[in-house]
Design a protein around this ligand. Structure first.
Ligand code: AHR
Length: 500
């Protein structure tokens, strides 16, 4: 198939917020315990955190991480995780029917994140608790000294407060499964008042209010309207969540879900604009897509297990093993985030280690990269700077979730400081190569400096410990000549091209 495309130096979508490549980690399954933290493991540091896992995290260049939940946060008592470890209580985690030992709490997690240069995006419990506990937590983490909670933190050996820049006001409060589930108005009021308190204790920190748990919730998108009508002026972001799957084994339809996500982003942008106009507000609210990933391979089986098991501690849970098909899907989804970086400022892959994650850590064994690690890493490393508009003129297809889906999915970024243009290209066609010609207006002198590709795998190929089959390799077959990029792009392939 022939595809003509074009970018233009002056046609920018937006400056990309680095936090488009943020992550999420929850106290659930083996994400924390025997994930990032495993005292006694040969790779454990003096705090019990695994160096091998930290190394894989570091290579992702993650700017921020959402913690400690997720559904977990809605019945979490943050004070259980501070002070001497031997005095910490074991509690029952109502979200995942597990035991929480509290051996990792805010101070341990902050040490891990600080060591990796990652900002914390802390979630407060607005399910079983409310403003008062959120206030105490913020005082503990953010106030310098001279008050009960700040002095308690100092007595725990943490002299300086943490620089918390983002607060998540609860989690998925529209979901009937959530402990403390609420109506939109009720939650919007609580979020508004909690944001007011948190702003006093952490001036300059940004507030993220919960949107719908996904775009199929019966209350979507009225939930967003109802919530924002209560708190618009006091918040900076509204969250979107979505998990994707291909249970029907229809690859093109699966890939088409990226277009559906574009509609989801567009719809919520519309709701934000509506409420802004209605309130005559001056401030902008942006989108924080703070949970996204593929989650379906073992979902039903997992759901059966955890609903009936007998409160195990750090059980294996949601340990999806990702395929090459998932790699291509995630690459396209990240392209969509780049294309919508005018509205989506923060996005968190959910989650980071073991639980629906790009990194796996075997208890007592090695850590390894899943197939989806790579598109996330490549976007995080190179998808910074400014997003450029890309016009693509080529064959399209219709599927259940969307019509007119372009087989060739392209996003472009321009790092004006480094003078580099990066193109992220996925050929979603199952069998046909794309014969691409892309005009590079304003970049006529650019040369192809680097080309990485992931291709040639069966769609169901997976990585495993000691078997990282799916990984980028140097690409070939594409060249830049006289301001035009041209060449063949194999079916079912993912390319990252850096032009300088
Ligand atoms: O990431 C797993 C779970 O998915 C989170 O706890 C919850 O917020 C979402 O439903």
């Amino acid at each position: 198939m022939r595809v003509s495309a074009a970018i233009h130096r002056a046609f920018e979508i937006s400056v990309i917020d680095d936090r488009l490549y943020a992550a999420f980690i929850e106290h659930m399954g083996r994400a924390i315990y025997s994930g990032i933290y495993e005292p006694g493991h040969p790779e454990a540091n003096e705090h019990g955190f695994r160096r091998d896992v930290a190394g894989l995290v570091r290579d992702l260049n993650i700017p921020a991480i959402r913690y400690p939940g997720g559904n977990f946060v809605s019945a979490y008592n943050w004070e259980d995780g501070i002070g001497p470890k031997e005095d910490r209580p074991t509690r029952l985690d109502l979200a995942w029917r597990s035991k929480e030992s509290n051996q990792v709490g805010i101070n341990e997690f902050a040490t891990w994140a600080e060591d990796l240069g990652i900002d914390m995006m802390l979630a407060v419990n607005l399910g079983s608790r409310g403003i008062s506990d959120a206030r105490n937590f913020a005082e503990y983490v953010s106030h310098p000294s001279g008050s009960y909670w700040s002095d308690l933190r100092r007595s725990h050996g943490v002299e300086q407060p943490y620089n918390v820049k983002m607060w998540c006001l609860g989690n998925e409060m529209d979901g009937p499964w959530q402990i403390g589930h609420k109506e939109a108005k009720e939650y919007g009021r609580l979020a508004d008042e909690t944001a007011k308190a948190l702003r006093q204790l952490t001036p300059g920190a940004e507030m993220i209010v919960c949107g719908s748990s996904n775009n199929e919730m019966p209350t979507y998108p009225d939930w967003e309207r109802g919530v924002l009508e209560e708190c618009y002026e006091n918040v900076d972001y509204i969250s979107l969540h979505n998990y994707y799957g291909n249970s029907s084994r229809d690859t093109l339809n699966f890939f088409g879900k990226v277009e559906e996500t574009g509609r989801y982003i567009q719809a919520i942008s519309g709701v934000i604009d509506f409420v802004k106009a209605k309130k005559r507000a001056k401030n902008d609210v942006h989108i924080c897509f703070d949970e996204w990933n593929v989650w379906y391979h073992d979902r039903e089986e997992d759901s059966r297990r955890w609903r009936t098991w007998d409160w195990p501690e750090a059980p294996a849970l949601l340990e999806e093993n990702y395929t090459f098909e998932d790699t291509l899907f995630i690459a396209c989804l990240l392209n969509e985030f780049i294309r919508r970086s005018d509205r989506v400022k923060i996005a968190c892959i959910a989650q980071l280690v073991n639980v629906i994650a790009p990194i796996r850590a075997e208890a007592g064994g090695p850590a390894w990269r899943q197939s989806i690690y790579w598109p996330y890493q490549l976007a995080s490393l190179y998808g910074r700077g400014r997003a450029l508009r890309v016009s693509v003129d080529g064959p399209t297809y219709d599927c259940n979730v969307a019509d007119d889906v372009a087989y060739l999915d392209v996003a472009a970024t321009h790092d004006t400081q480094g003078g580099t243009v990066t193109l992220f290209i996925v050929n979603r066609h199952l069998t046909e190569a794309a014969d691409l010609r892309m005009a590079l207006t304003g970049f006529e002198n650019a040369q192809l400096a680097e080309h990485q590709v992931i291709e040639g795998h069966d769609l169901m190929t997976r990585n495993g410990p000691g078997k990282e089959t799916i990984a980028p390799v140097p690409g070939k077959g594409l060249a830049v000549e006289d301001g035009t990029l041209g060449g063949a792009i194999a079916p079912l392939s993912y390319h990252v091209l850096r032009l300088r």
